[in-house]
Design a protein around this ligand. Structure first.
Ligand SMILES: Nc1ncnc2c1ncn2[C@@H]1O[C@H](COP(=O)(O)OP(=O)(O)OP(=O)(O)O)[C@@H](O)[C@H]1O
Ligand SMILES: [Mg+2]
Length: 306
């Protein structure tokens, strides 16, 4: 867009002289064009979101979001604070169900089946669509127990005296699972000699990779990550970024980040949410960062607001 279209000008009596105006948040008013969010890609979508609205009481946090998320790739969600990124992420595995005031309308299909339909098994859903949070939240248990927590909870792994007496001891399976998951999360080399140590003794970056290992141990298909590296130093961050790219070879990864360079580095496609809970533009990451259609997206990416 040319400068004349983008600058905000008022004449001496305060009448707008351009087609655009500025909101209090510093964003330019513009109408979202349908094709800015109509992202086309090859292959089948892993997740298909249709006409999604989320409310917290009277607050309309997400407005009519429709987007398809391709499998085995990294989708980045970016946008200013409060625009609904976490809300959107939580709607993909029904974590918003846990928030009393939250109300969700619309559909989210996982492999073509609506996760909001009656009778959905939420335990099974969250096993298929795992989540990693902003601050690492390992349990105050051993590293080993953190990784095998999910499969234990689901009754897939039994150890201890009773299991041994019943001839159902899964200690070998557990060791194999812990090793596989920690290797996938690029943590094995750092912790394999102290699997029995308390996880809270690990560094922040190690704790976050442990949480990723814990999510991987339940054998998910989709991994949702909400600013997974925002609490970490640059070295730990770059480990997480490398890991995310590797995970996308096998899993569908959806990651919220405030860090534009990070989104540009690690994602295949990027969805930009802006104030008011709207999806403004969704496309290949290169396109979003190099030549976005929306002036507001360009302003956000170049740091003019947000
Ligand atoms: N549990 C909740 N109860 C009430 N309102 C909420 C709740 N969670 C989020 N909201 C509101 O919904 C809107 C979107 O919030 P959300 O946390 O999804 O934004 P976000 O884009 O993730 O922001 P940030 O970048 O700061 O994490 C905000 O106005 C927020 O205040
Ligand atoms: Mg958030």
């Amino acid at each position: 867009m040319s400068d004349s279209q983008t600058t905000h000008e008022s004449d001496s009596i305060g009448v707008e002289t351009t087609a655009t105006s500025t909101t209090t948040a510093g964003e330019t008013d513009e109408r979202i064009e349908d094709d800015w969010i109509d992202y086309r890609f090859e292959g089948t979508p892993k997740l298909s979101v249709q006409d999604l609205d989320v409310y917290y009481g009277d607050e309309h946090a997400l407005q009519d979001i429709s987007m398809d998320i391709p499998e085995q790739s990294v989708t980045a969600l970016i946008g200013p604070s409060g625009c609904g990124k976490s809300t959107f992420l939580r709607s993909l595995n029904r974590m918003n169900d846990r928030i009393k005031s939250a109300r969700v309308e619309g559909t989210v299909e996982l492999d073509g089946a609506d996760i909001y339909q009656e009778g959905t098994n939420l335990v099974e859903l969250r096993k298929r669509v795992g989540m990693v949070f902003q601050s690492p939240n390992p349990f105050p248990k051993s590293i080993r127990d953190n990784v095998s927590y999910g499969p234990r909870k689901h009754g897939e792994i039994n150890t201890g005296l009773l299991a041994r007496l019943l001839g159902q001891d899964d200690t070998d399976e557990e060791e194999a699972l812990v090793e596989r998951s920690l290797k996938q999360a690029a943590l094995w080399d750092e912790v394999n000699e102290r699997l029995g140590d308390n996880a809270l003794g690990l560094s922040g970056g190690q704790q976050q990779r442990l949480c990723i290992a814990r999510a991987l141990a339940t054998d998910p298909e989709v991994i949702l990550m909400d600013e997974p590296a925002s609490a970490l130093d640059p070295i730990a961050t770059s480990k997480i970024e490398d890991l995310i790219e590797e995970l996308a070879e096998e899993y569908t990864v959806v990651v919220v980040t405030h860090n534009m360079q990070q989104a540009a580095r690690i994602s295949d496609q990027t969805a930009v949410f802006l104030t008011g809970g709207e999806l403004v533009e969704y496309d290949d990451t290169d396109k979003i960062f190099e030549n976005p259609e929306s002036q507001r997206v360009e302003d956000y990416i170049t740091g003019k607001f947000g």
